[in-house]
Structure formats: structure tokens, C-alpha cells
Write a protein that binds this ligand. Structure first.
Ligand code: ADP
Ligand code: MG
Length: 621
């Protein structure tokens, strides 16, 4: 009829729309192709990637292969060999089942498929570009399938431009590769990037696979975790509490060998670790849950990293119990000494919000304690109410406890007009600056006599503030000075950290690190920033990287600020240093010449001020 305007979309357009969901970036292609190879029963799978997958993603397997007809069919939408009827949806054993991937990929790339089954003499080769069949021919090839995807999004410039830098895209590819390789340790995997071999993983046990992926040092860092209940089985490894990291990324759940994200189950693991690790850190785990597919629904998201369980609470309880058991069976809990482990002790103080860098800071809402900055004063009074009200007064000095707190305007805070600071804080300190009355105690604190009382300065926080300013300036002006190492150290990184280094290479050099990039994911560290205070350069560098990843995942700040914060934090981590008088005075001068003497970059106060009245109040009422 005239005037009817609705018509069916041609397949090529429908596929391109579907591709928007399935294919977001080269890593999505990697995931789909690897999973197809696994579903095809392959023993050995090779992944070739060029320019972080932007120009080529190719997967070669030795699996079942396809007949000529199936090969052609595989690119049709909703074409799958994996389910036939709707009931099958509830007992899925394969990775794929939607029959969408190849059709979607072929809609937005140039695809070449070569495949042969064991019973066939010859294989077949099919070329498809933007859903259009370009050629189909019979060829001689080996058993299995090779699928190459060239120039992803060549026909969708908007999406192509949307792709991130090569290092970023490569990190996503590595993430997918890690997940698939962990889920199938019995399969041999290789990964080549721009013709360089990144991984060659031999078939073996899960523990061997973990070590092959994450590095030899994981050998001593993990404990097995197993549990069997009628509802489900758990198998896998958890990391020792002391090896927990401050960045996410090494937490893996697999349900029936399918990688999933699950905030609720992640929480179950975290609560099992509660009290053993600092609040802001993440334990390593690779946990496989095996459960009858009738209890799960994997159909809720096209990229299938989410799963719904019909009985989430029981699953939660089982996961938590399994992890707890593993921690106690392996005796991991008592091995931890909070007093001795500097890493952990230093983390128990922790502001959720960075005050000055965060313009949204309103002085409310954070809950961590800063009480350790308060005098440790617990008088054995007969009348507890008295001292509590006294203590309340003290508490108001800390921003967290006082909801009205505003860093810039609080009368409790000392503010310094920037020019005046340069002249060593005149006015604040005793008139007679020749004889400054500053003392260091326990290599950790400095007591400084000021006109109206004393300042108790936290040496580490002060140093962190000073270094942060310095590093930020170095980054902006590209002026970081280096101290050459007598003996350069080779640092072996895992491939994803290596990619990260390449991504921020210029900035790291501007900070003052000197290094050569070596093949095979290593660097040769030859120099470190002059001001960095650390005995072990290797540790400094890795800690800095770790810190950066952690901040990057949690804070939205510009790269320079994140880098300066990461390095200043790590460079001062174990700071307990005896200072002579000159150094003490220099530290105080630099602190009060800094951009914000009141706080370290992460919001910890750098000092508390006690007035003479407050001091007297300790003794007389
Ligand atoms: P799905 O995996 O959801 O079934 P795909 O579009 O990924 O959908 O694949 C379509 C079909 O092509 C699969 O069902 C399978 O029969 C076939 N296929 C894809 N890749 C391979 C492979 N590497 N080896 C053998 N068969 C394959
Ligand atoms: Mg598939």
C-alpha cells in the first residue's frame, strides 16, 4: 500500500547494529574467537595480534573445523551449532550460544576464514568484508580453523576513531587472553603481538598456568581453595593476605569455566579476608565455581560477563566459607603481624577523600579514622565523662570528625600567604630564628616551638607533601633530576604492566627515572629520581607502578597529579629517618613553602598544632 513506511533492514545493516553490542574493541574479537576455538575442542590455540588488534586479530586452532556449508553458515546471524531448542538455553555447556559473534565481526571488518575437518580432503576459504561475501574457494590447509579479522571498524570510522591508544587496547586484549587461558589450563596457548611472542603457555595444571601468566613469585603467594557442596563445587587458589595489592585486576571468578564479574561474590571473598588485609586492598584469587546450569542465567548480557544465580545467598555463604577455610587450613591468618608489617600499618590510616585535589570535597562523609594523629591520651579518670569532653575538643581538629570542616577557612588551620612562606615562615616561628627550637622524636615526628604553642609535624606526611609538589613541577616542566644507579637492575614485568609502562613512558622519564626498554616485558632501571627516598630501587619502581594503577582505578584526576601522588607516596613509604638540625629546619621551611602545608596529597594532616592553653589543659583544669 502507498504510504507504508516500515521495511526490514538488510542483513548487512542489522549485523552492523548487532555488532555495536558484541564488538566494542579488538579485545571483544579476541574473546569471541578464542571462545569459538575452545568450543571446537581445540588442544592448541594461537593468537596473533598486530597493532593492538586494530589491523589484525587472528586465531588459529586445531579444533573440529567446519564443513563447507557450515563455514558459510557461520557468518549468518543467529547461526549456531550450540543450541537447538529453548530448553537448551538452560543447560549451556559451551562458551558461545547466540550465534551472533561471527556475523557481527564480519559486518565491521575484513574477515578471512580457513577451515578443515579431519574427515575432509580439502578445506575451504571464505573472505567476507562488511557482511559481503568476497570469495569462497577450496584450499589445502591443516585440520582446524584459522580466522583472521583485519582492519576492525574499517567501514565505521566513528568507532575506529573511538578506539584508545595501542597500549590501552593491548591491555584489554591481555585481560581477555588471561581469562581464557586461566579457564583452560589444559589447552596450549600462544600470543604474538607484532610478531613478538608475548606468551607461550604449555598445557598443565591451574597452578602452573597461574605462574606462567603472572610470574614465578606467585608460586609462594597462593593457597589452594576447595569446597564441595551439593549445590556447587569450588576449586582454585587464593593469594596470601600479605600479598594483596592496592589495585584491582587479579580477581577472577569463573562459573562453569566462563569468566564472570560478580560484585556480590567478590564481597564474599573480601569479607573472608576481613581483618587480614587493609581495607583498600584486594586479594588475589582465581576461583572456579561449578554449578548445574539450571541454577544460573547467563543470558542477561550480550557480552556475557554477568551471571544471575537463582540462590545467590547460598552461593555467597559457600564462597565465603571456602575462602575462610582455606585461610585457616593454610595457616595464613596468624602469619600476619600488624605491628611489624609496615605496608599494612601505614595503610590503616586512610582518608577516603583527597581533600585539596577533590573539588567536591565538602568535609563530610568519610569514615576512616585519623585518631592516630591525636595524642594518645587515655587518662585513668574516675569520671570518664570529663575526659571524654576534653577528647571531643581535640577531635575537632581533624577534618573528618568535624563536619563543618573546610580546608581553606577553618580557624583551626594555619594558613600562609604564599610569598611570605619563602621567608621561612616568619611570624609563625619564634622571632629569633637563629635559635630554632625544633626536635625530632623517634625519627618520625618533629616538634617545633611556635609563638603560641607547638607544632607536632608528621615527618612522612610533610615529606610527601614536599615531594608531591616537586614531582608535579618536574612533570610539568620536564625537569626531573636523576640519580644514576651503580648497578642497573633488570625488572621483569607482567605483560600488562609492561604495556602500562609504555603508555606512560614519557612521564616516568620526566619524573627522573632512567631506564632501557628490553624485549620480553622487561626494563633495565638505570636511575631514579634524586629526591626519592628508598633503599631498594626495584621496590620503589614496582611500588610506584602499583600505586599508580590503584589511584588510576579509583580517582579521576589528571595523569600528572596521579603520577606525582603515586611517586611521592611510595618514595616516602618507609620514611623513618634521623635528621640533623639543618635537615629538620629545611624540612619545615619546605613544608611551609609548599602549596598546602596543612595536608599531604592524600588528605592526611601534616601537623597538629597544640596551643599553650591546650598544653596546660593536660595538667590543670
Ligand atoms: P556461537 O559461538 O554463539 O555459536 P559464533 O558466531 O561465534 O556463534 O559462531 C557460529 C558458529 O560457527 C558456531 O556455532 C560454530 O559452529 C562455528 N564456529 C565458529 N568458530 C569456529 C571454530 N573456530 N571452529 C569450529 N567451528 C566454529
Ligand atoms: Mg562464538
Amino acid at each position: 500500500m502507498m504510504g507504508d513506511i516500515i521495511h526490514l533492514l538488510p542483513d548487512s545493516i542489522a549485523n552492523q547494529i548487532a555488532a555495536g553490542e558484541v564488538v566494542q574493541r579488538p579485545a571483544s574479537v579476541v574473546k569471541e574467537l578464542l571462545e569459538n576455538s575452545i568450543d571446537a575442542g581445540s588442544q592448541s590455540i594461537t593468537l596473533l595480534v598486530k597493532e593492538a588488534g586494530k589491523t589484525l586479530v587472528q586465531v588459529i586452532d586445531d579444533g573440529s573445523g567446519m564443513s563447507e556449508t557450515d563455514a558459510r553458515m557461520s557468518f549468518e546471524r543467529h547461526a549456531t551449532s550450540k543450541i537447538r531448542k529453548s530448553e537448551d538455553l538452560f543447560k549451556i555447556q559451551t562458551m558461545g550460544f547466540r550465534g551472533e559473534a561471527l556475523a557481527s565481526i564480519a559486518a565491521v571488518a575484513q574477515v578471512e576464514l580457513k577451515t578443515k575437518r579431519s574427515q575432509d580432503e580439502l578445506g575451504c576459504k571464505i573472505c567476507i568484508e562488511a557482511s559481503k561475501l568476497k570469495s569462497q574457494e577450496t584450499v589445502a590447509c591443516s585440520i582446524g580453523t584459522s580466522l583472521s579479522v583485519k582492519n576492525l571498524f574499517f567501514n565505521v570510522p566513528a568507532r575506529r576513531n573511538f578506539l584508545k591508544s595501542n597500549p590501552v587496547e593491548m591491555r584489554h586484549i591481555l585481560d581477555e587472553f588471561h581469562r581464557v587461558a586461566l579457564a583452560h589450563p589444559q589447552i596450549e596457548f600462544s600470543l604474538f603481538h607484532n610478531d613478538l611472542e608475548v606468551y607461550h603457555l604449555m598445557p598443565g595444571k591451574l597452578s602452573q598456568r597461574i605462574i606462567a601468566i603472572f610470574g614465578k613469585n606467585y608460586q609462594k603467594q597462593m593457597a589452594s581453595c576447595e569446597e564441595a557442596t551439593p549445590l556447587m563445587k569450588i576449586k582454585g587458589y587464593i593469594g596470601r593476605p600479605e600479598n594483596s595489592k592496592k589495585s584491582k585486576g587479579q580477581q577472577f571468578f569463573f562459573v562453569n569455566k566462563r569468566y564472570i564479574r560478580h560484585a556480590y561474590l567478590h564481597h564474599a571473598v573480601l569479607t573472608a579476608f576481613e581483618g587480614l588485609i587493609p581495607a583498600d586492598s584486594f586479594p588475589f584469587y582465581v576461583l572456579f565455581l561449578e554449578i548445574d546450569p539450571v541454577h544460573i542465567d547467563i543470558n542477561i548480557h550480550p557480552t556475557k560477563t554477568e551471571v544471575k544465580f537463582d540462590d545467590e545467598r547460598s552461593i555467597y555463604a559457600i564462597v565465603q566459607a571456602a575462602v575462610r577455610k582455606s585461610l585457616s587450613v593454610h595457616n595464613l591468618s596468624p602469619a600476619l603481624d600488624f605491628e611489624v608489617d609496615v605496608n599494612i600499618a601505614s595503610n590503616t590510616l586512610h582518608f577516603k577523600t583527597a581533600i585539596e585535589e577533590n573539588p567536591l570535597y565538602q568535609g563530610t562523609g568519610s569514615s576512616g579514622g585519623t585518631k592516630s594523629y591525636m595524642p594518645n591520651y587515655t587518662p585513668k579518670s574516675q569520671n570518664p565523662q570529663d575526659w571524654e569532653s576534653f577528647y571531643e575538643n581535640l577531635k575537632k581538629n581533624t577534618p573528618e570528625e568535624n563536619p563543618a570542616f573546610e580546608p581553606e577557612h577553618s580557624p583551626e588551620l594555619l594558613t600562609f600567604p604564599s610569598k611570605a612562606n619563602q621567608i621561612s615562615g616568619k611570624g609563625l616561628f619564634e622571632e629569633d630564628t637563629q635559635i630554632r627550637r625544633n626536635f625530632q622524636i623517634h625519627n618520625q615526628f618533629i616538634i617545633s616551638q611556635v609563638q603560641s604553642g607547638i607544632l607536632l609535624i608528621h615527618q612522612k606526611a610533610a615529606q610527601e607533601r614536599i615531594l608531591f609538589d616537586k614531582y608535579l613541577q618536574n612533570l610539568q616542566k620536564k625537569t626531573g633530576l636523576s640519580q644514576r644507579l651503580l648497578f642497573p637492575v633488570e625488572i621483569e614485568l607482567n605483560p600488562s604492566d609492561f604495556q602500562l609502562i609504555l603508555e606512560i613512558e614519557i612521564e616516568i622519564r620526566n619524573l627522573g627515572f632512567i631506564f632501557d626498554v628490553l624485549p620480553k616485558n622487561s626494563i633495565l632501571l638505570k636511575g631514579v629520581p634524586t629526591e626519592a627516598i628508598h633503599e631498594n630501587e626495584h621496590e620503589l619502581f614496582e611500588g610506584f607502578l602499583e600505586q599508580f594503577k590503584n589511584y588510576q582505578s579509583q580517582l579521576s584526576m589528571d595523569k600528572h597529579t596521579l603520577l606525582a601522588r603515586s611517586l611521592s607516596k611510595r618514595a616516602t613509604q618507609r620514611l623513618r629517618k634521623a635528621l640533623n638540625n639543618l635537615e629538620i629546619n629545611a624540612l619545615i621551611d619546605q613544608l611551609f613553602a609548599s602549596t598546602n602545608p596543612n595536608f599531604a596529597p592524600d588528605g592526611h594532616p601534616c601537623f597538629v598544632k597544640l596551643s599553650l592553653d591546650e598544653l596546660s589543659a593536660f595538667f590543670v583544669n
